[in-house]
Design a protein around this ligand. Structure first.
Ligand code: DHB
Length: 324
């Protein structure tokens, strides 16, 4: 009922974690590998060349409606996530795909990590993160279309070369991007042009809305410490922006779309799929509810599908109705 495909990758269910939440340490990744949790992919924290401890605490805060984070890419370094792919995957009964999220601090770092990933047969793909808003002094690549085009072109070359070698072992490799939210149709179109001239296969829409400010009114204090309180906004309040991005990229590219943003119920997932998502990722709600959230959301989605007589998610994916 929940089977799906992103690029050439077959997934048992249409739900998994958003990068960043409970996917940094070995133990967290092992939990994502466990067969009992209904999530269909093990997606790592965005990695850099060297390990990082991240920004000062407090760096995460949430309310009913939203979250704000400025973690600053705490991660164990790309070698850890590459070298442990096999052992982590071995803990999942049907070998859930293992996808490496990459957010190198320079173009060269990204190319080095992509090369390592595509040459590792236990890694099933990458989600190249073009949208981290929390590194002091580093702009989001997804908002600079010149650099975005360059990184995608070079990453495509590396992946094509690596794929030739993988073909012999029979394993595919997913080339995905994690995009920032766009708010202007001219920017959607510029991003689509670049993507349509590349071999990118999947788009995760959206990363958090960058540089919001949340206030703890009791204390009259910014909610998080780094960057004077500015951080990436997630949770329920970003769902309309996420849906518009899923919808636009679904209609204007050939990529599989992975919806991310404001999903905490089966109905939220249903809306993302109606807009064209082939799968959904859970961030803020996963942070709140931990690994049980995947099964809960899928159960609700299953009831909605049953009530509407849909047997598979392809029965309604992208079928949002518009006024004539
Ligand atoms: C971080 C936040 C993001 O939204 C992202 O895409 C990558 C990293 C962070 O602060 O760690």
């Amino acid at each position: 009922m929940f089977k799906t495909k992103i690029g050439n990758l077959d997934l048992e269910t249409c739900i998994y974690n958003a990068s960043g939440v409970y996917c940094v340490s070995f133990d967290e990744l092992l939990k994502l590998a466990a067969p009992c949790f209904s999530n269909s992919v093990i997606l790592t924290k965005s990695c850099t060349l060297e390990g990082r401890i991240g920004n000062n605490l407090p760096r995460y805060y949430d309310t009913e409606l939203l979250s704000i984070n400025s973690s600053g890419l705490p991660n164990l370094g790309y070698k850890f996530y590459c070298d442990n792919a096999r052992i982590i995957k071995d803990h999942s009964e049907f070998k859930k795909p293992y996808i490496l999220s990459i957010s190198g601090l320079t173009l060269e770092d990204n190319y080095k990590i992509i090369t390592e990933a595509v040459n590792n047969n236990f890694i099933d793909g990458i989600e190249l993160n073009l949208s981290c808003p929390n590194i002091i002094g580093k702009p989001q690549v997804g908002y600079d279309f010149t650099i975005m085009e360059e990184i995608i072109r070079k990453a495509s070359e590396i992946i094509e070369t690596g794929r030739d070698a993988r073909l012999e072992s029979g394993s595919g490799f997913l080339f995905g991007l994690k995009l920032p939210p766009y708010f202007d149709i001219s920017h959607f179109d510029m991003a689509c042009d670049i993507i349509n001239n590349s071999n990118v296969q999947s788009l995760t829409c959206i990363n958090s809305i960058g540089n919001g400010l949340v206030i703890d009114t009791e204390k009259e204090l910014v909610a998080i410490a780094p960057k004077n309180g500015y951080g990436g906004i997630g949770g329920t309040v970003i769902k309309p922006t996420a849906l518009a991005n899923v919808h636009y990229f679904y209609r204007n590219t050939k990529c599989s779309i992975i919806g991310c943003g404001g999903i905490s119920s089966g109905m939220d997932a249903f809306e993302h799929i109606l807009c064209g998502a082939s799968a959904v990722q859970i961030g803020t709600h996963f942070h709140k509810k931990r690994n049980v959230c995947f099964k809960e959301i899928l159960t609700e989605l299953g009831s909605i599908m049953k009530s509407k007589n849909y047997k598979t998610i392809d029965d309604f994916r992208g079928k949002l109705v518009h006024y004539k």
